[in-house]
Design a protein around this ligand. Structure first.
Ligand SMILES: *Cc1c(COP(=O)(O)O)cnc(C)c1O
Length: 358
């Protein structure tokens, strides 16, 4: 047996592949294609290949470094840059990605220049603002921008998209999707073209998709969280038939003692500048886990045992083990929410272990 240290994240490739396949089938049943979003795993090639094996052939990431990582590892896909390009990176955007999501004409012009120089055609999807107030051009400005974009050399205008439920927490509902559809129809009619992508959103679009009678012109979604965590992202409800436990954070007990539940001495600031407040439960079974805020978003962890997380500092997580007799060296497992997963996958201190069976 291979010795595996902690903190560690166990990544179940088979469960991720299952989720991706089921989602592709579900959305495909109404003609909506799926782009697999890889940013959560920093472009992990094992995860990317699991998604591809499920029949999804377009992958999207917000960072060029992640897309390069996948390309260098030989992942075969079309690559989409999700985040509006950083102006100083346009050359690499053209070099390493096939499609980018855009909302600034000056950046698209720079992409055009670079594409012409590199003798490449770079595809762009224009993001439209529908109220979440992150990226996107205002609908009233879209026509003017499209008119300029379709004239640019080295650029192919392949679609429009929107992103909701990210910054402003705005729900992608019937009205928002209907609006995007009508914008798509207007653009197609006005400029006599067919949009290959009308990309309606992300994992938050699930309940709209399930309940709508008419998907309109929406033909694409960009999915991350629902592939990895098996849930939609408005209410974090599990999606039937998907695994919600493809990822497990495994930690280890480094101290276990009966101690008071309230610190004693003069109370000042903690490690992060807060003045902590504690409830008195008398003497409790306290355990320290060798994992902390530099490794994972501790507030996004849910223990699989009946124990409580009391708090964390950079490298320690303190738990109330309650009735469980945790011993030094015992492994303690947690489910992770999206934020916790993002940090754990990004932390170089958290070991990644791949499991490929269900
Ligand atoms: C991260 C991201 C997604 C994926 O969102 P999930 O909620 O993980 O499905 C889709 N689109 C854009 C623009 C993103 O940045």
């Amino acid at each position: 047996m291979i010795f595996m240290t902690t903190p560690r994240i166990d990544i179940n490739i088979a469960k991720i592949a299952h989720n991706a396949k089921e989602l592709k089938k579900l959305y495909g049943s109404k003609g909506v294609g799926v782009i697999g979003v890889t940013k959560m795993g920093c472009g992990d090639p094992n995860i990317a290949n699991a998604i591809i094996k499920s029949g999804i052939s377009v992958l999207a990431d917000s960072k060029i470094a992640n897309i390069r990582r996948m390309r260098d590892a030989g992942v075969k896909a079309q690559f989409v840059l999700l985040r509006t390009p950083i102006p100083s990176q346009v050359e690499d955007v053209v070099r390493y990605t096939d499609i980018s999501l855009n909302s600034e004409l000056s950046v698209i012009k720079a992409l055009s220049k670079s594409a012409v120089k590199q003798d490449i055609t770079h595809k762009i999807i224009l993001m439209v603002e529908l109220g979440d107030l992150r990226e996107g051009v205002m609908p009233s400005d879209l026509e003017d921008i499209v008119r300029e974009v379709i004239e640019l050399g080295g650029i192919e205008f392949v679609g429009i998209g929107t992103n909701l439920a990210c910054f402003g927490g705005i729900k992608p509902d019937e009205e928002k999707m209907g609006h995007l559809s009508s914008i798509a129809r207007d653009v197609e009619e006005k400029f006599k073209l067919t949009l290959e992508f009308v990309s309606g959103g992300n994992s938050a679009n699930y309940s709209w998709f399930i309940s709508t009678e008419d998907i309109g012109r929406i033909n694409n979604l960009r999915l991350g969280e629902s592939i990895y965590l098996g849930c939609e992202s408005l209410y974090r409800k599990p999606i039937p038939g998907l695994f919600t436990d493809a990822f497990t954070l495994v930690t280890e007990v480094i101290e276990s003692k009966i101690k008071p539940s309230v610190p004693y001495g003069e109370v000042c600031q903690d490690a992060f500048g807060n003045v902590p407040v504690f409830q008195n439960h008398g003497q409790i079974r306290r355990a320290i886990l060798g994992v902390g805020l530099q490794d994972v978003l501790v507030s996004g962890l849910t223990p699989r045992l009946d124990i409580d997380i009391l708090g964390a500092s950079s490298d320690h997580t303190i738990i109330n083990a309650k009735q469980i007799d945790l011993k030094v060296g015992d492994e303690v497992e947690f489910d992770l929410n999206y934020g916790a997963l993002l940090l754990a996958m990004t932390s170089p201190y958290v070991i990644k272990k791949y499991v490929d069976y269900i």
